[in-house]
Design a protein around this ligand. Structure first.
Ligand SMILES: NC(=O)c1ccc[n+]([C@@H]2O[C@H](COP(=O)([O-])OP(=O)(O)OC[C@H]3O[C@@H](n4cnc5c(N)ncnc54)[C@H](OP(=O)(O)O)[C@@H]3O)[C@@H](O)[C@H]2O)c1
Length: 483
């Protein structure tokens, strides 16, 4: 791998994301030689750390995921890290930051290349982008900016944030990160669909009855009630992760694997996204909040949550496109907190066939991507004893060895930022469409809230969510494959 020269500036360098994800990912890229002699990282946050203390923190972060690490390599790696105490709201701090970046650029021969990473609460993204622009922090080489989720909380706020970022960066320099797009089985969707004759033939509205996407979490909101109250499951999970997965499942075949071609195919699909009317929202979308268990609080009793909160911790609904391979095929989704187990999966349900055996059970293909990485195909076969058919399941799971070499999503995506490949990042045109869909639902829900009788189901924690989620299916004989 090449040794890409760059100075990376991380806003939020003392935070959880930097510690748990970014530092270990950067270390792995360093070990692979993608970043080596010519890179430096400036971590910024308000607390008064020294360079040496940051370097200890970086080393701790690597030890936590890799206790067997080569200590010499780790010390060499950590020596590339510099700390700048910086309040992102204070203009003069950007001047100090700019000077340090220029000094490190010289020291490491980083060729004027800058990567900015916004690893902070989203309310600061616009402020940081504006100051980067006003204080001219961009440099003479490549300038790229990585923006964490959520990117806005409505179309209007996303547009405002995008305006602030594009004042300084072109679309091709903006990497809106969604770590689901770095997951092994998510990256496997396009090869699975397009490189297998079996799947290519069957992946269309004539053969597929529906698709079900489940992103279930076992944990409740924990200490993040304050943030969650401003988001809810729809904005927190559907606007980004679920839409990214759905787009990969339903898009037409890109002309080639390049970022441009893939984004073009996604945008072609999204032009035909059906935005739900308020009637369709009440018919096809279910929201819920987890109730108390004997050991845990109900959502409304969690710290920093309003006792009459209408924020949903669960949402189920459907997405449909009028064009593309899956035109008019319902794509059902659900996501929620305090559910039975952590489980991220896609179930593709094929239409059943009638044969001389009568109507056989539908085949389905399951793609599990968290916590396991596996594919399961269900097929019909003969009963071993007696007449009739039975359903058989064929599972392909990554071996322990394969699992051990799968890079973390952040490592993959940071790699792509350095090599300038935006294929697994969200283009503004896509994000805009996702927000249009989310806004349509939010506005129907707000109107319903205003009546004083919002339909928010209280579901028992650690099960499969509200019973009413079955209501979203087009016919009564349809059901969730999982749960
Ligand atoms: N954590 C994850 O696993 C994860 C996963 C996916 C996405 N994300 C996204 O990543 C972003 C960061 O999340 P996080 O969990 O790392 O948050 P966090 O642990 O709360 O870290 C926030 C960081 O911002 C700094 N900060 C706060 N106010 C500041 C200010 N005025 N000026 C300068 N620095 C300031 C904090 O340090 P000081 O207090 O010292 O200033 C800290 O370094 C969020 O957008 C989140 O949605 C996180």
């Amino acid at each position: 791998m090449q040794d890409i020269p760059a100075v990376m500036i991380i806003f939020g360098g003392s935070g959880d994301l930097a510690h748990r994800k970014l530092y270990p990912a950067l270390f792995n890229l360093y070990e692979q030689g993608l970043l080596h002699a010519h890179f430096a990282v400036i971590a910024t946050a308000r607390r008064p750390w020294s360079h040496a203390f940051l370097q200890e923190q970086v080393a701790d972060a690597i030890h936590e995921v890799n206790p067997e690490v080569d200590e010499e390599h780790l010390t060499a790696f950590a020596s590339h890290f510099y700390y700048q105490s910086h309040d992102v709201t204070k203009v003069d701090h950007y001047v100090t930051l700019k000077n340090l970046a220029a000094k490190l650029d010289q020291k490491y021969h980083a060729q004027g290349n800058h990567v900015f990473y916004m690893a902070m609460a989203p309310r600061f993204f616009g402020t940081i982008a504006t100051h980067i622009n006003d204080q001219r922090l961009t440099s003479t080489g490549f300038n790229r900016i990585v923006v964490e989720k959520p990117f806005g909380r409505s179309l209007e706020t996303a547009e405002e944030l995008n305006r602030q970022i594009t004042a300084c960066f072109e679309e091709s320099q903006i990497f809106r990160i969604d770590h689901y797009l770095g997951k092994e089985m998510i990256q496997n969707i396009l090869p699975l669909r397009f490189a297998n004759p079996l799947m290519r033939q069957a992946w269309n509205h004539e053969q597929i009855a529906n698709i079900q996407v489940t992103l279930a979490e076992r944990l409740g909101v924990e200490a993040r009630g304050g943030y969650y109250e401003t988001a809810g499951a729809l904005r927190d999970m559907v606007q980004n992760h679920i839409f990214q997965i759905v787009t990969l499942l339903a898009m037409p075949e890109p002309t080639d694997p390049s970022a441009n071609a893939v984004h073009q195919a996604k945008q072609t699909l999204l032009a035909s996204l059906q935005l739900p009317t308020p009637e369709q929202v009440s018919q096809h979308f279910i929201r819920g909040q987890y109730a108390a268990s004997d050991r845990t609080f109900a959502y409304r009793n969690e710290p920093n949550v309003a006792p009459d909160s209408t924020t949903e911790t669960y949402v189920a609904g459907q997405i449909k496109f009028t064009a593309g391979p899956l035109a008019e095929v319902p794509i059902y989704f659900r996501t929620g907190k305090a559910l039975k187990e952590k489980m991220s999966r896609v179930d593709v349900v094929f239409k059943p066939v009638k044969s001389f055996y009568g109507e056989a059970t539908a085949n389905y293909l399951t793609i599990e991507f968290d916590p396991k990485n596996c594919l399961t195909l269900s097929l019909n076969g003969k009963q071993i004893k007696g007449p009739g058919l039975r359903q058989e399941q064929f599972t392909y799971a990554l071996s322990d060895y394969e699992t051990s070499i799968v890079p973390d999503g952040y490592e993959r995506l940071l790699h792509d930022v350095f090599v300038n490949n935006s294929v697994n990042f969200t283009h503004w045109a896509e994000l805009k469409r996702y927000w249009e869909f989310i806004d349509a639902i939010e506005s129907a829900w707000q109107a319903e809230n205003a009546t004083g009788e919002p339909a928010i189901a209280q579901y028992p924690p650690y099960h499969y969510g509200p019973h009413s989620s079955r209501k979203i299916f087009a016919t009564t004989d349809m059901k969730w494959i999982y749960g």
